[in-house]
Design a binder for this molecule. Structure first.
Ligand code: ASP
Length: 328
């Protein structure tokens, strides 16, 4: 008997349709999960795939409520004793955020694999069917256990914490940072080439009973930045602000004054970088100790935002939040 794998569908370009196969324009989240599976020959030899449609959206519309629903549905699937793993179809725009969110709230007992596509299902050379085939193969594979949430794209296997989208349209859009890929997967054959990540016995955050997440706003720094957007985030009730700073997480004097005032008022302020690479460490050009800021370390702004949302469910203390950023 092939192993059981649950497919939780959320939409995205992998389920998208164009008016004609050569058209650039398309609508995401048109096809059902069943229709996606029907386009993948040979899946039945890998696994018995059961489907559940959790959402039908382009992932630019992913929000806290859908994250919570998806986490609960995935956790429920993982609790079924004879289910081998879970595959989640998802748009690529916010795939990295959802993957990291789920990574932080789900047990690593069985594989959870996110998958999407850059080309709609109706496109010439659609990349979705092979990605989906590979994702099911990974979810059904014992070697994928204990590595946290994974993402399959373009024959590569990425860790949730490392993956980021780097290109607007190309099939090879996803890259992993200096810690590297989790492995490769080609025609359903898995080549794991990194040791399992360190995992705590339980996921770092528990969503039990939670129906919402703290508001965290993301503000991008730039030359000539004023204090307006940071003040606006505070006035709108943000519990946290992530700044995608210039260079090493820097921001100009006016914005820095606003960020300091926000931190003094009890808003958690995280400095990250808009550069797309490197580490934002504490107290380089900004005195984080004096300001009560948190440095994002290796996390890009969008992932820092996810961790801050979850971190704020536990603590508002900047030192405790910094420890989460240093370890997760
Ligand atoms: N906008 C789409 C989405 O994120 C893009 C994609 O899936 O590739 O749903």
């Amino acid at each position: 008997m092939p192993p059981r794998v649950r497919l939780l569908a959320t939409g995205g370009t992998i389920a998208g349709a164009q008016a004609t196969p050569a058209a650039a324009g398309y609508r995401a989240a048109v096809f059902s999960a069943e229709a996606l599976l029907a386009a993948v020959p040979g899946l039945g030899e890998l696994a018995t795939v059961e489907v559940e449609q959790v959402a039908a959206i382009g992932s630019q519309d992913m929000d806290d409520a859908t994250w919570l629903r998806l986490a609960h549905r995935t956790a429920a699937a993982l609790a079924e004793p004879d289910l081998r793993g879970v595959v989640i179809t998802h748009g690529t725009d916010t795939m990295e955020e959802t993957a990291y969110f789920l990574h932080l709230v789900l047990p690593a007992t069985r594989p959870v694999v996110l998958v999407g596509a850059m080309r709609p299902a109706t496109a010439i050379s659609a990349d979705g069917p092979m990605n989906l085939f590979n994702a099911v193969a990974v979810a059904a594979h014992p070697a994928a256990v204990g590595r946290g949430v994974l993402v399959v794209a373009n024959d590569e296997l990425h860790f949730a914490r490392e993956i980021t989208k780097t290109n607007t349209t190309q099939v090879g859009t996803f890259r992993s940072g200096p810690r590297g890929l989790a492995g490769l997967v080609s025609h359903g054959r898995l080549h794991v080439h990194a040791p399992p990540q360190k995992h705590p016995p339980a996921p770092p955050f528990d969503l039990a009973g939670r129906t919402s997440l703290p508001r965290v706003d993301l503000v991008c720094a730039h030359a000539g930045m004023g204090r307006g957007l940071i003040d606006a985030a505070v006035a709108a009730g943000a519990a946290g602000i992530v700044i995608a700073g210039v260079g090493d997480g820097n921001l100009g004097a006016a914005a820095l004054t606003a960020a300091r005032a926000a931190a003094t008022a009890g808003v958690a302020v995280v400095r990250s970088s808009r550069t797309g690479g490197g580490v934002v460490a504490r107290n380089i050009e900004v005195d984080d100790d004096a300001a009560g800021f948190i440095a994002a370390g290796e996390l890009n702004p969008q992932k820092a935002r996810v961790l801050l949302q979850l971190g704020l469910t536990r603590t508002q203390d900047p030192a405790c939040l910094q420890r989460l950023f240093d370890t997760l």
